[in-house]
Write a protein that binds this ligand. Structure first.
Ligand code: GLY
Length: 263
């Protein structure tokens, strides 16, 4: 694991190199398009630099070249201040991605694990204050959500399940902007499930625009969603934007490429 910034930062962001086999990645809702791997790597490097600019010490976890989707490290764990839950990814091809991430997280947090028959992808989980939302998707099942709930309850978190239709992960459809607000696409989730939370809706012309990385009060966002960005700015948010268009062809977005945790 190689640190990219001094370990005095407030946040750590764990990332993972793009596998040379990314062209064999899982695809659920997208047609397979050619991926320009050097361009994807350049975008990934710019993404890491943006995380550093937002106050993260970026640490690259040992690469997993035989796992095509391993750049999408978010799916391997749910990390809160009090605990890290090592997931059991819903795609069989991704189950081998968790071990190296677990080794990195073990000294940093007490660990819990999702066990069979539970499945859970980190991309199906987001947090607003002490409310944790978990998506029922092709990757995350009710047993996985129940195990997550049991792991987090002792730390004062509630876990609310949300049905997701039409996209891969819950965080494709909705992510947290701050401790009161989310960015959401109402085509893929029922907004009534978010009662009590302020919702900024994506521009209808930008359905993939609901995915944003939160680093404390700072935000990192894809450059492909200018109309939704304008909506965020109208609400006082000033996201730093990066081009993540090449990784989007692998059905990944900005949150997928890191695990951000308080250092
Ligand atoms: N290609 C991203 C995923 O299916 O997990």
């Amino acid at each position: 694991m190689s640190p990219v910034a001094a370990p005095t930062a407030t946040y750590r962001a764990l990332t993972r190199a793009i596998s040379p086999r990314i062209v064999e990645c899982e695809l659920t809702h997208l047609e397979r398009l050619p991926i320009d791997v050097p361009n994807a790597r350049a975008q990934h490097a710019a993404y890491a630099r943006a995380l550093v600019s937002l106050g993260c010490a970026v640490e690259e976890v040992e690469p997993a070249p035989d796992h095509p989707d391993s750049v999408f490290i978010e799916d391997t764990a749910v990390v809160l201040d009090e605990i890290a839950v090592i997931t059991r990814p819903g795609a069989e091809s991704r189950r081998g991605e968790t071990a190296a991430v677990e080794r990195v997280l073990a000294p940093l947090r007490p660990l819990a694990h999702i066990r069979a028959p539970g499945t859970l992808d980190g991309g199906d989980v987001f947090v607003v204050g002490k409310r944790v939302f978990a998506g029922r998707t092709g990757r995350t099942n009710d047993e996985g959500i129940a195990q997550l709930r049991a792991a987090l309850a002792p730390h004062g978190y509630t876990v609310e399940a949300i049905d997701v239709t039409g996209c891969l992960h819950l965080k494709t459809a909705v992510t947290a902007v701050d401790d009161r607000t989310v960015l959401a696409n109402p085509q893929w989730i029922d907004l009534r499930a978010l009662a009590g939370v302020d919702v900024i809706e994506v521009d209808p012309a930008e359905p993939m625009g609901a995915n944003i990385v939160r680093v404390g009060e700072a935000l990192l966002y894809g450059a492909s969603y200018p109309r939704t960005r304008a909506r965020l700015e109208a609400r006082g948010h000033r996201p730093v934007c990066v081009d993540a268009s090449e990784l989007a062809k692998a059905e990944g977005a900005v949150t997928c490429c890191s695990l951000v945790l308080r250092a």
